[in-house]
Design a binder for this molecule. Structure first.
Ligand code: HEM
Length: 395
């Protein structure tokens, strides 16, 4: 004990680390995490996944900070946020970051999805990477919309009224779900308690579990990257590919028809190459969020007034396409049910994409059967959003 106390500090740290390492295997773990081969070409596009991860971590940090002030009660929620706005500049900045980071997260996760769609990264053996990712996408949307309900200002209150009414369109069990969520027939104090629990416990718990699965699958199969990394260059492609597979660590597909995509032609180390690009993109995004959080902050409408007849509710921008679709269709139960059914089936079809697009083709232009519907869907979402903006803001 005396010998340990008289050693220089650096040696004491080193021997302390060795003690932990021998028991916990930390060095092995860090090496496994850092020294992984990733495809060389297209690396900037592969930064979107880690940027998504960083933004989610930022959401957790800023969210925990908000919990220090926010009061999840129908009577006091608005006052607690008003207090931030008027008396706590730093707290208000954190609230702004929580909002802007959610907005950037939705954009970045959408781009990550688009890039893995275009590169057909979801094909064998990465089907479950896509399925877990697809569910994560909807969880993030769920977090964003339940978060928008919490301030209990007019915008939050009327969002709650509209969103908790959506289950009503489900036949047989819809009304029971609506009553369960609202804690009665109408939005009230219990609705806020339940929405708060969903926002800070249920969805984050599912999110963390699925992110774990998503990252585990990523390390198991390795990064596919994009088709540009897979062309063969010799007269004997079979030998070349066998050589590449021998070099590459993760288990790659072995079906004869997929061998071309078994391992990338040229790889670089995740550390330092990919990690450097990941870090640059994440720092830029976080910096943007810091600035927007500070300058634009997060809005707070007037205190919720359930009796108002003049307030015109407008949806969060990421729900604008769905809102516009509902506005364009006649307001009968059957048609609204049809729209929700269509959106539900469309979402399911998106999550299950790898199970019906099973051809080995990876280049986008060789896959018109998924590229054309995919682009059409993206086009429709943009058109509906533009129409919605025009309706609400007359631009
Ligand atoms: C919380 C949300 C998510 C996180 C934290 C996350 C994280 C990551 C990371 C770090 C990677 C590796 C780097 C990269 O390729 O960008 C990755 C790859 C992947 N992600 Fe995600 N992701 C999320 C959501 C999604 C979504 C919404 C989808 C699509 C529906 C998706 C599908 C995939 C696929 C297929 C890969 C493999 C890419 C390849 O091997 O080329 N992910 N994800």
């Amino acid at each position: 004990m005396l010998r340990f106390a008289t050693r220089p500090l650096s040696r004491r740290f080193r021997s302390g680390y060795r003690w932990v390492d021998e028991r916990a295997g930390t060095t092995d773990l860090v090496h496994k995490g850092l020294y992984e081969a990733v495809p060389d070409r297209g690396a900037w596009a592969y930064t979107l996944g880690s940027a998504t991860l960083v933004l989610i971590v930022l959401q957790f940090f800023t969210g925990i900070f908000l919990l220090l002030t926010y009061v999840p009660s129908f009577a006091s929620a608005w006052d607690s946020l008003r207090f931030l706005q008027t008396s706590d500049r730093f707290g208000n900045w954190v609230r702004g970051m929580h909002l802007w980071s959610a907005y950037v997260l939705i954009l970045v996760i959408g781009l990550h999805m688009l890039r893995t769609f275009l590169s057909a990264s979801y094909k064998r053996p990465r089907e479950l990477n896509w399925v877990s990712g697809g569910i994560l996408f909807f969880l993030v949307l769920g977090l964003a919309i339940t978060g928008a309900m919490l301030p209990m200002d007019n915008a939050g209150y009327w969002t709650t009224v509209v969103v908790t009414n959506i289950p009503h369109y489900l036949p047989f069990i819809g009304d029971a779900i609506r009553t369960l969520w609202r804690g009665g027939d109408f939005v009230g104090p219990i609705t806020l308690t339940r929405t708060f629990a969903i926002h800070i416990w249920v969805l984050p718990f599912l999110l963390l579990a699925l992110i774990g699965a998503h990252l585990y699958l990523l390390r198991r199969h390795g990064e596919f990257g994009a088709w540009v990394n897979y062309s063969t260059t010799t007269d004997d492609p079979d030998r070349e590919i066998a050589e590449r597979i021998r070099r590459a660590e993760p288990p790659y597909p072995t079906l004869r028809i997929e061998r071309q995509y078994a391992a990338p032609r040229k790889t670089v180390g995740f550390f330092p190459n990919q990690l450097f690009k990941d870090t640059v993109v994440s720092i830029v995004l976080v910096a943007i969020i810091f600035v927007f959080g500070f300058i634009a902050g997060a809005p707070l409408d007037a205190r919720a007034d359930p009796a108002t007849l003049t307030y015109v509710p407008s949806p969060e921008w990421f729900y604008l396409p769905l809102d516009q679709l509902l506005v364009l269709t006649p307001q009968t139960y059957l048609i609204a049910f049809g729209v929700f059914l269509l959106v539900g089936l469309g979402s399911l079809a998106l999550i299950l994409l790898p199970f019906y697009d099973r051809s080995p083709a990876r280049r986008p232009l060789s896959r018109p059967e998924v590229l054309v519907p995919g682009l059409f869907l993206a086009f429709m979402v943009v058109i509906l959003a533009v129409l919605g903006v025009n309706r609400l803001y007359g631009l």
